[in-house]
Design a protein around this ligand. Structure first.
Ligand code: HEC
Ligand code: HEC
Length: 225
């Protein structure tokens, strides 16, 4: 056979093998590109989340003063609206720059994406980028009525005052901030009523977020001040 014909034939065979092989890998390549893009979006959302949201929604979105967000039932579009406009009449601010908030529209969309695709690994990555370290998960303070009213009970109440988010609004040592008044040594019945059935711009703390015993510990702490 003519050498050129032979070479042409070999080329054809090669092309017949390489082109389908390339096509076969194309979906995998596309899905990898999509995964990279989604990871990037979630990471951008996480960077904004750990900067602006964790103080009220918890360091892993587990809920604190604001509700749990890490497995929210809201769709992305609804989340975007809530985040943009806030919840008027509550401490949840409007975040959209159009409403005077700190976030651009694309950042709000990225946070909404993160909330629907929550991944602790991505959030940890954002903590490392922002602070160089990941916050250690807080071990919840355990109180039992048998702990009594002593020093230990007061110390637990102090820890709970921070853990449950009272400190965000009422300040260190319950001395008050621009958001909420001092609550040092308020009568126990006033604290109980306000926590379970608040007046003014204070979130409700139902028993599943703050047990009666935990509340007693906080009251013991407030009375010790
Ligand atoms: C100063 C505290 C505070 C900060 C900061 C804050 N939130 Fe909130 N957020 C709240 C409170 C309180 C609520 C519940 C309001 C209500 O009673 O409807 C809430 C509600 C929400 C809801 C609705 C959840 C639901 O289940 O109803 C979303 C979504 C949300 N916040 C997202 C965010 C995002 C995202 C950020 C950061 C950009 C953020 N929040 C920052 C306090 C805060
Ligand atoms: C998001 C902010 C916020 C958080 C978190 C918060 N409070 Fe408050 N709290 C307020 C505001 C605002 C008031 C004032 C309400 C009013 O009278 O208009 C208030 C009032 C009170 C009062 C009544 C003060 C008085 O003299 O009548 C008590 C007691 C109190 N808070 C206890 C707590 C405890 C305990 C916690 C934690 C379990 C807590 N609060 C968490 C905002 C907050």
């Amino acid at each position: 056979m003519d050498k050129r014909v032979l070479a042409g034939f070999a080329m054809t065979v090669l092309v017949m093998i390489i082109v389908p092989a390339y096509w076969l890998q194309e979906p995998a390549r596309q899905s990898q590109a999509l995964q990279r893009q989604q990871h990037q979006t979630a990471l951008l959302g996480a960077e904004a989340f750990v900067t602006y949201c964790t103080v009220c929604h918890g360091d892993r979105g587990q809920g604190l003063v604001g509700p749990r967000l890490r497995d929210t039932a809201y769709e992305e579009a609804a989340l975007g609206k809530i985040i943009s406009r806030g919840r008027p009449g509550t401490v949840m601010p409007a975040w959209s720059s159009e409403e005077g908030g700190a976030l651009k529209e694309h950042q709000i969309a990225e946070i909404a994406f993160l909330l629907k695709h929550w991944d602790d690994a991505v959030v940890d990555e954002a903590y490392k980028l922002a602070h160089g370290a990941v916050p250690t998960p807080t071990t919840a303070t355990k109180v039992t009525p048998s702990t009594g009213q002593g020093e230990k009970f007061i110390a637990q109440g102090q820890a709970l005052f921070t853990e449950k988010g009272c400190v965000i609004c009422h300040g260190l040592g319950a001395g008050g901030t621009g958001l909420a008044p001092s609550i040092k040594r308020r009568p126990p019945e006033v604290v109980r009523r306000q926590v379970r059935n608040p007046v003014g711009k204070m979130p409700t703390f139902p028993a599943d977020r703050l047990s009666d015993t935990e509340l007693d510990a906080i009251i013991a702490y407030l009375n010790s001040l």
